[in-house]
Design a protein. Structure first.
Length: 278
């Protein structure tokens, strides 16, 4: 069994100069492909259940799916709750077998964010699993605007919340469909100078692949969340499968044809984060 906590995969990344992909899952087809890709690339992978995934599939079911894949995998697999908004939701994820809880209090005032994140961190640590928090606010392409992470606030957040990893806002946005943007490396350096935990980039799909590679191997950014580019790859694979045989109606046959394209897309993502030791 290779079910791992977030700390168990991010601490080696921090020491050895690489990052681990937090791959946003929506169903069995993509999560299975992500693990297959990680096995081929011989690197760990973080399977993430975000809000839209949880709207479709209950956490207890997702926990069993993640754990089953981890038990069969030859590489470490983290079962990660992404953007948990309440203590109760985090408790449900813990009870469902998740090994990492991300509590998102980033829309709240600093002290409230710290207090609520610290409570979830205590819950996680008491069960022997990990906790990720967020300071600053990572916005959405075409939607809510970002609020960049203040390095001094980041330092306070790490010390007082007890998180194992910290998501930061440094020019990244969720749901970006191209890589035309880039991250503020000066702000990253300032945050890193005052903190000692692995740093996390949400909205990693919008970060140019070359910058991902650079930051993964030269900074404390140890986790990039990747969702949009993988969802786009899945959508393209489904359309190709349907259009290739328009009369076909068996969903198993159609979805089977998405596996190889999704493995290929996931391998491309994983390779942007590997260092010399991975």
């Amino acid at each position: 069994m290779t079910l791992a906590t977030l700390s168990e995969v991010l601490q080696p990344a921090l020491r050895n100069g690489y990052a681990v992909a937090g791959m946003v899952t929506l169903g069995w087809e993509d999560m299975r492909a992500y693990v297959a890709a990680a096995e081929t690339e011989k690197c760990p992978v973080i399977l993430q259940a975000g809000p839209s995934c949880r709207e479709h599939t209950p956490l207890p079911i997702l926990g069993k799916m993640f754990c089953h894949l981890a038990e069969e995998a030859s590489v470490p697999v983290v079962a990660h709750l992404d953007h948990g908004y309440t203590y109760e939701e985090c408790q449900t994820a813990l009870d469902s077998g998740f090994t990492s809880l991300m509590f998102d209090g980033s829309r709240k005032p600093l002290n409230q964010n710290i207090d609520e994140t610290a409570r979830v961190a205590e819950l996680a640590h008491s069960a022997g699993i990990s906790c990720e928090g967020e300071i600053g606010f990572v916005g959405y392409s075409g939607g809510e605007q970002s609020n960049g992470t203040d390095p001094d606030e980041a330092s306070t957040f790490v010390k007082d919340s007890g998180v194992d990893a910290m998501a930061i806002s440094v020019g990244n946005v969720h749901l970006q469909q191209d890589q035309s943007g880039g991250l503020d490396e000066d702000r990253i350096a300032a945050i890193q100078a005052q903190t000692n935990v692995p740093l996390v980039i949400h909205g990693g799909s919008g970060v140019p692949a070359a910058q991902r590679k650079h930051l993964a191997t030269t900074t404390n950014i140890c986790k990039f969340n990747i969702g949009t580019e993988l969802r786009m790859a899945f959508g393209a694979a489904v359309r190709t499968a349907i259009n290739s045989t328009p009369d076909r109606f068996d969903r198993v046959q159609i979805l089977r044809d998405t596996h190889d394209p999704m493995v290929a897309a996931a391998r491309t993502v994983l390779r942007t984060m590997k260092g010399a030791s991975t």
